[in-house]
Design a binder for this molecule. Structure first.
Ligand code: FES
Length: 125
């Protein structure tokens, strides 16, 4: 049994393939933590729902995270676009900055937030 901090996010099936949803969990420090869960073909990405530009949540309405193409996460405040794969801002007021990626693990059909925040972007090591 793994002895590592984790927090239950959701049932994996609550996030449609090719879609994104927002969830609130209890973070490591006991406070509420807002997350974005994105399902792509063959994988899932979890980011903190906090724009690196001004720190606001990305969604303007519940679960509205993707742009019209479905290829980018979009911030509703100033329209920054973030790559789904790594959370990098590719358009808007904060180019080159990243959404904070979080480590998640699937266990028995449920998605769990694991441990502390990992550095973004993923290392090349
Ligand atoms: S707060 Fe997100 S783009 Fe400005």
């Amino acid at each position: 049994m793994e002895d590592r901090w984790k927090s239950d996010i959701c049932d994996f099936d609550e996030v449609p393939e090719g879609g994104a949803r927002g969830f609130s969990v209890t973070g490591e420090d006991g406070t509420a933590l807002r997350l974005i869960v994105v399902r792509m073909p063959g994988g899932v990405r979890v980011y903190e729902n906090r724009c690196p530009h001004r720190g606001t949540p990305l969604d303007w309405a519940p679960d509205r995270f993707l742009d019209d193409t479905g290829e980018f996460l979009v911030c509703s405040t100033h329209a920054a676009l973030f790559r789904i794969e790594d959370g990098e801002c590719v358009s808007g007021p904060c180019p080159g900055e990243f959404l904070k990626a979080r480590t998640a693990r699937l266990c028995d059909g449920r998605l769990f937030l694991m441990g502390a925040a990992k550095d973004s972007p993923p290392s090349e090591d």
